[in-house]
Design a protein. Structure first.
Ligand SMILES: Nc1ncnc2c1ncn2[C@@H]1O[C@H](COP(=O)(O)OP(=O)(O)OP(=O)(O)O)[C@@H](O)[C@H]1O
Ligand SMILES: [Mg+2]
Length: 467
């Protein structure tokens, strides 16, 4: 026996359900709407309509209101329960608009009083179906964008992080070497993983090596492996991490710590895709993508000869720079909220929210340790907090202190209070006079020195009687 050939999906035409107990009306609507290219299904009663709605999806419902068994309003209610986005039009032969109003309240898009103009109906049907399709497309688009931009565990709303996301996306599509730089705790390893797991190599290994954590000779045999007898203790051949990462990505963390002799060997891997095991004679082919990270200024290291220039250029084919957290403070609330939820659920604590005061302190702090320091601060606060809300008292001392700016020479203590406006004026007078002097009396130039418009500058000059 032959297998039935699966039916190809018809190019999906919008589906309309027409409900009316009057057969001439149903027929007319069917003819008109079909001619406009819609798929039309007819129901002669409310019950039949509800049945249809339950068996297949519709884009639009066009229902009479008064019908013998189940009213159009009930059909509408059922329709919206089944699909909250369905477009619904109601029809009624009665001038009383009571049930029409009720229908609008239930979310009908419009209603028509019989007899109505078929052209008007056709126009409205078209407009509403187009709008509905647009909404659906937007939704799909948004979803696609999210999966592309969101590297689920890397959070950031700042422009700087959006730029990082866009770069990861571009970089992931290539096999080029990537250099990630940023202060400690800015998320370099997280980004390295995102590059790998969004690349075509995602099903192959991601191997991380900390170049700063090992003495030179150990690092070499870790990376490239060794052959039996290469050194005391090398009892057998051993594969290195470059081989372990074959076909995938090797993440060289703290690349700035790599000793010069290893820098040469790494250069060889990048240039010729070849390396030699420790004590080995043959050259081995390597197919690995290299992603390196550093919290040091490699260009400065190149300048004073601590890092090979040729290696630097080989590594820095594509570069991702992670800005310090203090330069993207917009990200702090989102990160804080995320860490709060994460640690609360991990510790099984009922801490739910961050108080406004605590958040203010978090936003003011300098975060020398960047996201890692923030995460630690929140973890500690969640552990200490006895209430549902994180209060300033649960934050580390140094974070709490960032809130109160102590008196300085420029900003003396408030003391018994003082006349702020007079002090402000002194400040203005001082700098306006200074700028004038520096600019040799040329007001346009002086205004520029103070980032002021010429007009406001002139105003102050006059006010203070300067010349
Ligand atoms: N944008 C971010 N969203 C969520 N978590 C982040 C983000 N950035 C960093 N983290 C978290 O902060 C911690 C530090 O990140 P990571 O280890 O990637 O930093 P790093 O730059 O490699 O630091 P180091 O230079 O000290 O090795 C990790 O727990 C990481 O999950
Ligand atoms: Mg790291």
């Amino acid at each position: 026996m032959k297998q039935p050939v699966p039916q190809a999906e018809a190019a999906s035409r919008p589906r309309i359900l027409v409900v009316d107990d009057e057969s001439s009306m149903r027929e007319m609507l069917r003819i008109v709407l079909r001619r406009d290219g819609y798929e039309v299904v007819l129901a002669s009663s409310g019950n039949e309509a509800i049945q249809q709605l339950q068996t297949a999806p519709f884009d639009l419902l066009l229902s009479d209101i008064r019908m013998p068994d189940t009213s159009g309003v009930e059909v509408l209610r059922a329709a919206r329960q089944i699909d909250g986005t369905i477009v619904a039009f109601m029809m009624t032969a009665y001038a009383s608009t009571d049930s029409a109003v009720e229908a609008m309240r239930l979310g009908a898009a419009d209603y028509f009083i019989k007899p109505f103009s078929m052209d008007e109906l056709r126009l409205k049907v078209r407009q509403h179906l187009e709008a509905r399709q647009l909404r659906e497309e937007n939704l799909l688009l948004k979803r696609a964008l999210n999966t592309r931009y969101e590297f689920s565990n890397i959070l950031g709303v700042s422009d700087a992080m959006q730029h990082v996301f866009a770069t990861i996306r571009t970089v992931a599509g290539t096999t080029s070497t990537v250099l990630i730089s940023g202060e400690s705790g800015t998320g370099k390893e997280l980004v390295a993983r995102a590059v790998h797991f969004n690349s075509l190599r995602r099903d192959r290994p991601f191997v991380a090596v900390n170049c700063g954590a090992m003495p030179e000779n150990l690092l070499e045999s870790e990376l490239f492996g060794h052959v039996r007898g290469a050194f005391t203790g090398a009892h057998a051949n051993k594969k290195g991490l470059v081989e372990a990462a074959e076909g995938g990505t090797i993440f060289l963390d703290e690349i700035g710590e790599m000793p010069p002799s290893m820098q040469v060997k790494l250069l060889r891997v990048l240039q010729d895709h070849r390396f030699r095991r420790v004590g080995g004679t043959e050259e081995v082919q390597a197919d690995v993508r290299v992603v390196a990270a550093t919290n040091q200024d490699l260009t400065a290291m190149v300048a004073d000869g601590r890092f090979r220039e040729d290696l630097y250029y080989r590594l820095n084919v594509l570069s991702i720079v992670l800005p310090p957290l203090r330069d993207r403070r917009e990200d702090i609330p989102l990160l804080a909220e995320h860490f709060l939820q994460h640690h609360a659920s991990e510790m099984g604590k009922r801490v739910r929210t961050m108080s406004a005061e605590a958040l203010q302190l978090l936003q003011a702090h300098a975060w020398r340790g960047n996201v890692r320091e923030l995460q630690n601060a929140i973890e500690r606060a969640v552990a200490l907090e006895q209430t549902e809300t994180i209060l300033p008292e649960s934050l580390p001392d140094e974070v709490r202190r960032s809130g109160d700016v102590g008196p300085t020479e420029a900003f003396p203590d408030l003391g018994e209070g003082f006349d702020l406006e007079a002090r402000g004026e002194d400040f203005y007078r001082h700098y306006i006079a200074l700028a004038l002097a520096r600019a040799g009396g040329v007001q346009v130039k002086a205004a520029e020195l103070l980032g002021m418009s010429f007009r406001s500058f002139r105003y102050y000059v006059k006010k203070f009687g300067l010349k």
